[in-house]
Structure formats: structure tokens, C-alpha cells
Design a protein around this ligand. Sequence first.
Ligand SMILES: Cc1cc2nc3c(=O)[nH]c(=O)nc-3n(C[C@H](O)[C@H](O)[C@H](O)COP(=O)(O)OP(=O)(O)OC[C@H]3O[C@@H](n4cnc5c(N)ncnc54)[C@H](O)[C@@H]3O)c2cc1C
Length: 489
Amino acid sequence: MTEARATTENRRIVVLGGGVAGLAAAIALARRGLPVTVIERDPPPPPGDGFDPFLAWKRRGVPQFRLPHGFSARTRNLLARHAPDVLDRLGADGIEVINLFKRLIPEELWVPSDDDYANLWARRAAFELALRRTAEAQDGIGFVCPAVAAGLAFERTPDGTPRVTGVRLAGGRELPAGLVLDCGGQRTPLPRWLAAEGVHVEADDQDCQTVYFSRYYRFTPDCDLPKTAVATLRGELDGIAYIGFPGDHDTFAICFEGHPGDEDMRLLRHTWAFEAAAAAIPAVAPWVDPANGTPLDDVQIMGGHHNVRRHYVVDGRPLVLGLLPVGDSLCTTNPAYGWGAAMALTYAFAAAEAVGRHGGDLTATALAYENAIASEADAVFRESAAMDRARIYRITGREVPEHDRLEMERQQLILEGLSTNVLLDIELGRAFCRRVNLVGPADAVLGNPELAIRAGRRRDLEPDEAPEPPLGRDELRAVIEAARPAATV
Ligand SMILES: Cc1cc2nc3c(=O)[nH]c(=O)nc-3n(C[C@H](O)[C@H](O)[C@H](O)COP(=O)(O)OP(=O)(O)OC[C@H]3O[C@@H](n4cnc5c(N)ncnc54)[C@H](O)[C@@H]3O)c2cc1C
């Protein structure tokens, strides 16, 4: 290899993982004139777009691929700012942008910033496909796919800090890299590889103690339900939440979410139990009625979720040079809050900005990136973990320990003070939208003393009585038992 070629190769940026973060980072880097190679273990999407990739795109590397996703307003807003053509592509594929807040309040009360609360109604497959097609069409991005990254190559700087120089693929080939972005998702192997090199990446970690059971459906041509209402379907059966998710191409999902130790919840993995439970809840029943919705696949299950925040810069020094963690590999939050994709884009665009500014100075790049994302990542981790503890104390009946009382009272404000009917107090409604949509940092709303006082007053004026569950536990068990196929009794 000539010296000139070696320099070019070495400067190439390798993005490990072609999911939400990896694709967005690759697009943003390439648009700064920086050549990028994306390594992705899964095969490329099948041709075409629209309805099919949900079932046809084999995404074993993304276990949540067929689980329901809601794409928050921050997701849409970031794309509008950094990659508007992805939104165009989504639009061309029939994906709707819906602002439920503006639909709920009278037009004369709208203010311009209410436009910030619009969501994308898409399944994960349709959303990711638009990113992928945009990346495929972008000059400067190459895909090595399907290919599994199996390790990193390192050298040591004179002060002994490891510096990543390439990525080794399964099969032995090595891709030299001036910089590697770890976009390997929540199960990234990178911390393990770094440990083998003597680099221990500290992580804050709190088990979400939640499990998801969900199923996607497509509206039948004859369905006359008000389809957008599926987005507001939400309730609880004594610790088991049920939620409706709008999708693209006339699809929607019904999802149950509960504690992994809940025996009744575990039965919902069976299609017969899931359908029986859904049909027994009056608010859910019409959606799963075969006259209105046709199932697209079996019940999808996912548990083992953790809130994780990894720390790659300690005491102002990067642990390793030539490596930036981006997306879930940096920070994962409870999927139930719907913050993951927005934060993946936040980190991806911040990484591209840091690399674009500081180029070959790897220390400056790592510190600029850390500076851009640390407080936001800390905030989403803290808020997601705190909301999880609030839910776990509530559904397990555990007493809130002294050290967590203040934080639990603060979180309670969201449940009882902010989330009341938006029409009762539109400013609190706006604050609620900002919080759930991450329009601003995750802790901004509850960190605003005026809003906290106002939410507290609203709660005291109209204490939120927990609504009666539409189905008691004994009834739920009876419904499931009655549906049990004879062979499994
Ligand atoms: C059940 C569930 C529901 C969710 N719902 C929502 C939601 O409603 N809204 C929301 O915003 N977010 C949601 N999320 C979170 C969202 O899915 C993630 O935050 C987002 O996908 C993170 O993007 P990422 O690129 O970091 O990781 P991923 O999208 O997971 O991508 C990682 C990529 O790396 C590849 N990879 C990994 N290891 C290797 C390797 N060794 N070699 C090559 N390739 C590799 C994988 O194949 C994959 O393509 C949900 C998550 C779960 C688990």
C-alpha cells in the first residue's frame, strides 16, 4: 500500500452498527465530506419500501425491530434540522406527522412553538428504512454488510492510552480506521473488547424491571374506528399497562407492559392469552376485533431492559482514543418512555459535529463530544431510572426508602400534576408534551420551579383518583384460563 493510500485509509471513519444511531451518524459525517464505512451484521433491506420491510427485513441484530416504537417530536425536530430529506422520504412512503396536542386544543389557543410537538407515526422498520435508504444514496458512505465486527485493533499513545486503529471482522479481515463510532446498540460488545485491553468502562446501571408483549395489526378495509384514537389508548390492569401505538400504512400495535415477576403477565406471551386479554378490556376490544384489525405477526416479547449510562471520559480524560460511543451503546433508557431513537439521533449529530470540528485531534474530538452530550445523557438516564423506581415501588407495594422520597415526590408531579387533561391548564399540557417528547433536556420541566409549583397546585385542586381497572386480576385470570387451548391444560 502506498503511503498516500495508507493515510486515506487511516482517516476513514468506521461506524460499527447500522441502526438508528449508526445510519444517522454516517449521513451527518458524509455530509461534512468525511468518508464513512458502516459495518452491519444484518443483511440489507429488501427492495422497495412501504408495508413490507416490517416482516421481510431480517434484523436479528435489533431484537426490538418488530416491537412498537413511537417516534417522539424530538426525533422529528432533529431530522428536520439535520437531515430533512429523511423526513421527505418518510413522507413519500406515506408516514404521517401528527401533532396530537394541536388536535386537542382549540386553534385560537395555538402558539408557534406548539409545532414542536409533532410525532412521526411509523413502525420501527419504516423509520429505519428511510434512514437506510438515505444513507445508501449518500456519496461517501460504504456498507460492509452483512458482516460481524469481532474485535478492535489498538495501538498505544506515548502516555499509554489505548488508541483504536481499526475493526476486525469475523473471518479475520481488518478495516483500518482513523476513528470508530460504536453504534452497536444496547448489547454492544465494545465494553467487553475494551476490558480485554485493560480499559474498564464504568457504567451506571438500573434494571427497568419491565417486560413487553405486543402485536401489530393492520386496519381492515371496512374498519370504521377513528384510527387516530389508537394513539390515546392507554390504561392499567393493576400493574399491567396496556398501550396503543399508531403505525404506518394503516397499522397499529397493542402492547402490554408489566413486571417480569408477574405470573399473569408472563402468560400473555401466548397468542391465545394475549388475544383473550385484549378482547376482554372494553377499550382494547374493538381494536383487536377481526372486523377491524388483522394481526401481522405473532406476539413479540422483550424483557431484560436496563437503564445504562456508560462513561468514556473520566476526570476530563478519554479512556480510549479514536472511539466514540453513540446511541444505546452510550446510554439506554426504558423503552416505555420512547426516548431511545431521539437520543440516538442527538448523540449521532453531536458526534458528527465534534468530528467535523476537531478532525484528526482525537482528544479534542472526544472531549467536544462529551461536552455536547454528557448532561443530556445524564438527565435521560436519571429521569428514566427515577420513573422506573416510582413504578416499581407502586406495583410491588415496596415502601419508598428515605433516600428516594424527595425524588419520588418530584416524579409524582408528572403523573398527577402535569398529565391531567391538557385543556384544564394548557401551560401544564405544553410542559407535559415537552417532557414526553424531550423537547429540551429530560429534566428541564421538573427542574423548572414555577412549573413544579403550578403542577403541585393543579394536583392539590383536583387530586387524581387512580381509575378503577376495567378488569380485575381474578377476571383477567379467568378470561385467560377460558381461552387456554385444551392441549396446554
Ligand atoms: C422493546 C423496545 C421498544 C422501544 N420503543 C421505542 C420507542 O417507542 N421510541 C423510541 O424512540 N425508542 C424506542 N426504543 C429504543 C430504540 O429502539 C433504540 O434506542 C434505538 O434503536 C437505538 O439505536 P442504536 O443505533 O443505538 O441501536 P440499534 O438500533 O439497536 O442498532 C444497533 C446496530 O448495531 C448492529 N450490531 C451490533 N453488534 C454488531 C457487530 N458486532 N457487528 C456488526 N453490527 C453489529 C446491530 O445489528 C444493529 O443494526 C425501544 C427499544 C426497545 C428495546
